[in-house]
Write a new protein. Structure first.
Length: 188
C-alpha cells in the first residue's frame, strides 16, 4: 500500500511539474506559476524581450536575433551533453549530445519567436549571454529540456532564480527514466 501511494504521489508531482509556467517579476525573485490561460501567458511574455532564433548551436546554446543583434545565448540552469565542444574543452562530444541537438533543432527552427529573461549575471566567462528562454506558448525551454530528459540541472551562482523548480522537474524525469535518464545520466 505504501509503495502504491508513493507511486501515485510521484506521478502527481511529475504531471504538476510538466505544466509549470514561470513568472519572474515577483519582487523577491521567487517564481509564480502562470496558468494555462493564454491571456495570462501573453501578459507575462509581454514583459520579456522578444527575439528570433537564428540557429541552434547545441542543446543548451542558441544564436538569437535580440533587438537586431546576433547574440549567442547559453541557457541558465541546465546542461545538455556536448555535441560541438572544441577539442581543448574539458568535456567530450557524445552521440547523445548530437541527438539532443537534433531534437532541439526539430522543436525550435530558424525564424521561430522566443522570449528571453535574464537573471543576475548577463554573460558567462565565454562572453555568451545567459538567459532563460520561453516558447511562444509561455513554456520555458529549460523546463522542456529537463522534463523530457534531454538536460540535467547545472546551477551556477548567482543565477539560480528557478533552481528549486528545475530540481523538481529533473527529479521527476530521473525517477521515470525519461530520455537520457534511461542510462546516460547518473541517477540522482
Amino acid at each position: 500500500m505504501l509503495r502504491k501511494l508513493t507511486v501515485i504521489i510521484a506521478t502527481a508531482l511529475l504531471f504538476s511539474a510538466c505544466s509549470t509556467r514561470y513568472h519572474s517579476d515577483v519582487p523577491d525573485n521567487s517564481s509564480l506559476l502562470i496558468s494555462e490561460n493564454n491571456s495570462e501567458n501573453s501578459d507575462f511574455l509581454s514583459t520579456l524581450t522578444k527575439c528570433e532564433l537564428i540557429r541552434v548551436k547545441d542543446g543548451d546554446t542558441y544564436v538569437l536575433n535580440v533587438d537586431g543583434v546576433e547574440t549567442t545565448v547559453r541557457l541558465i540552469g541546465v546542461d545538455t551533453p556536448e555535441s560541438v565542444a572544441p577539442s581543448e574543452y574539458s568535456k567530450e562530444n557524445t552521440d547523445e549530445g548530437r541527438s539532443v541537438s537534433e531534437i532541439v533543432k526539430q522543436k525550435i527552427k530558424s525564424g521561430d519567436t522566443l522570449y528571453i529573461e535574464y537573471d543576475v549575471s548577463r554573460t558567462d566567462k565565454y562572453g555568451r549571454t545567459l538567459a532563460y528562454l520561453y516558447f511562444e506558448d509561455g513554456e520555458m525551454v529549460q523546463e522542456w529540456l529537463l522534463e523530457n530528459g534531454y538536460a540535467q540541472i547545472m546551477t551556477i551562482q548567482p543565477d539560480s532564480k528557478y533552481a528549486d523548480i528545475f530540481a523538481e522537474v529533473q527529479h521527476g524525469a530521473a525517477e521515470n527514466k525519461v530520455g537520457l535518464w534511461d542510462g546516460f545520466f547518473n541517477v540522482e
